[in-house]
Ligand binder design. Sequence first.
Ligand SMILES: *[C@@H]1O[C@H](CO)[C@@H](O)[C@H](O)[C@H]1NC(C)=O
Ligand SMILES: *[C@@H]1O[C@H](CO)[C@@H](O)[C@H](O)[C@H]1NC(C)=O
Ligand SMILES: *[C@@H]1O[C@H](CO)[C@@H](O)[C@H](O)[C@H]1NC(C)=O
Ligand SMILES: *[C@@H]1O[C@H](CO)[C@@H](O)[C@H](O)[C@H]1NC(C)=O
Ligand SMILES: *[C@@H]1O[C@H](CO)[C@@H](O)[C@H](O)[C@H]1NC(C)=O
Ligand SMILES: *[C@@H]1O[C@H](CO)[C@@H](O)[C@H](O)[C@H]1NC(C)=O
Ligand SMILES: *[C@@H]1O[C@H](CO)[C@@H](O)[C@H](O)[C@H]1NC(C)=O
Ligand SMILES: *[C@@H]1O[C@H](CO)[C@@H](O)[C@H](O)[C@H]1NC(C)=O
Ligand SMILES: *[C@@H]1O[C@H](CO)[C@@H](O)[C@H](O)[C@H]1NC(C)=O
Ligand SMILES: *[C@@H]1O[C@H](CO)[C@@H](O)[C@H](O)[C@H]1NC(C)=O
Ligand SMILES: *[C@@H]1O[C@H](CO)[C@@H](O)[C@H](O)[C@H]1NC(C)=O
Ligand SMILES: *[C@@H]1O[C@H](CO)[C@@H](O)[C@H](O)[C@H]1NC(C)=O
Length: 317
Amino acid sequence: MHGFQTTWVMLFGIVITVAATSTDGSPALLNFRPFNVTLSSLYFWVGSYFNGTAHFEFSPYAGLAASETAGCPVLRNKTITKDYKALLALTEPAIYNTANDPVNAFLTLWALGFDFGTIPESYITFDMLDSLEYAVYSSDPNFANDTTIIPNNFNWTLEKTQAPPYNLNSVLTDYQGTYPEQDGADDSIQVNSTIANCSGTEVSSWQFTPLSYNSTYNGTNFTDPVISIQFDGQTANLSMKGYASAVSEYKTGSAYQVGSVTFAGEFTLTFSGVIDLYHSDVLRNDMATPTWLRTVGYQNNSLNVGYTSGCGCLSVD
Ligand SMILES: *[C@@H]1O[C@H](CO)[C@@H](O)[C@H](O)[C@H]1NC(C)=O
Ligand SMILES: *[C@@H]1O[C@H](CO)[C@@H](O)[C@H](O)[C@H]1NC(C)=O
Ligand SMILES: *[C@@H]1O[C@H](CO)[C@@H](O)[C@H](O)[C@H]1NC(C)=O
Ligand SMILES: *[C@@H]1O[C@H](CO)[C@@H](O)[C@H](O)[C@H]1NC(C)=O
Ligand SMILES: *[C@@H]1O[C@H](CO)[C@@H](O)[C@H](O)[C@H]1NC(C)=O
Ligand SMILES: *[C@@H]1O[C@H](CO)[C@@H](O)[C@H](O)[C@H]1NC(C)=O
Ligand SMILES: *[C@@H]1O[C@H](CO)[C@@H](O)[C@H](O)[C@H]1NC(C)=O
Ligand SMILES: *[C@@H]1O[C@H](CO)[C@@H](O)[C@H](O)[C@H]1NC(C)=O
Ligand SMILES: *[C@@H]1O[C@H](CO)[C@@H](O)[C@H](O)[C@H]1NC(C)=O
Ligand SMILES: *[C@@H]1O[C@H](CO)[C@@H](O)[C@H](O)[C@H]1NC(C)=O
Ligand SMILES: *[C@@H]1O[C@H](CO)[C@@H](O)[C@H](O)[C@H]1NC(C)=O
Ligand SMILES: *[C@@H]1O[C@H](CO)[C@@H](O)[C@H](O)[C@H]1NC(C)=O
């Protein structure tokens, strides 16, 4: 996909095989899966993986600043939506994480019908792929088999509980979509619509960029996006709400340009998914914080990728 504003820094480059750690029963230093199981980079970490769909919705801001749409009457009272195939990875934190979070959360959005089987095993880290349309990371994914310190993008609050389901909340202070300039995903959500651009002359596609708090947009304050996740061993739901700026985008020759009017509105991004047992470790059902029994790569869960022995030691119900 294109992206007029995208500057890609090939930070992670070509890589990577992964290795197990902590074979002695001590707390995990690293959360990488054993390298003897063949996986694409989507599944490098110990944790739960949920397959599902995501729904994006944008409504032009017509409250405190109804004037925002004055320059673009064609958008007034219209809701723009887009659906994605989506994957939510809720993975075990490791010593390289800079916050004391209960999980690392990676939500990735792909075109409907996208085939995850087309992502090569190792070699390419998924966030370098053009087919990744948008992503939300609580901390940046660490693809390296080491303790390279990884920045945290926002911190989770875990509601008190004795067992799953877990309920996580956060506020995305100064979050700029995906982490800037290090990935293949655009920082904005791109929608092909049948709505004309603000001049009303031709059908246009649109870009939506989540706004962080203290964006002053035409004299208005926008609060930070808020995000919440509920999950257990079977399903996960995510909701993110906030404000976004929107601009139309069109092609002149081979160059992409943006329209002359930018305006703001409210957005929601929701995800609902079911557990992918093939790629998931076993979430314990008796812990106050998310805790996994490692199985992927360890030959003790016949439902997992890479399982070869006939032992069937574990039955998951
Ligand atoms: C990963 O790191 C561990 C610990 O440094 C090392 O033992 C292992 O060989 C490494 N694995 C790979 C595939 O690089
Ligand atoms: C800001 O509001 C004024 C009217 O108060 C409007 O003319 C202008 O187009 C708006 N700016 C943007 C960027 O939408
Ligand atoms: C938008 O909706 C409001 C409230 O329903 C209505 O008063 C207004 O006329 C509508 N504007 C347009 C351009 O349809
Ligand atoms: C997240 O928590 C760490 C400490 O665990 C802190 O240093 C950091 O400022 C927090 N980040 C945010 C965005 O609150
Ligand atoms: C929009 O449609 C064009 C033409 O069909 C396509 O090339 C482009 O990839 C689409 N963009 C998005 C974000 O779906
Ligand atoms: C907005 O956020 C940035 C980044 O945290 C900060 O440096 C700046 O002081 C904030 N501006 C206001 C007006 O609060
Ligand atoms: C924006 O927020 C600041 C800090 O809370 C406040 O002083 C200011 O009055 C607000 N401006 C508007 C237009 O709401
Ligand atoms: C997620 O939402 C579905 C549909 O509403 C619900 O059945 C399920 O229990 C929810 N999962 C969690 C962990 O709350
Ligand atoms: C609408 O698109 C045309 C190109 O077809 C562009 O010249 C114009 O600036 C756009 N108008 C707005 C308001 O974005
Ligand atoms: C989830 O998606 C992955 C990747 O396409 C696939 O391998 C797996 O079988 C799916 N699992 C379920 C339960 O849909
Ligand atoms: C599977 O084996 C690994 C490595 O020995 C162990 O850490 C994990 O707890 C085992 N999982 C289960 C469900 O017993
Ligand atoms: C893969 O590596 C893990 C961790 O070292 C080990 O427990 C497991 O038995 C290995 N699996 C195979 C098939 O060699």
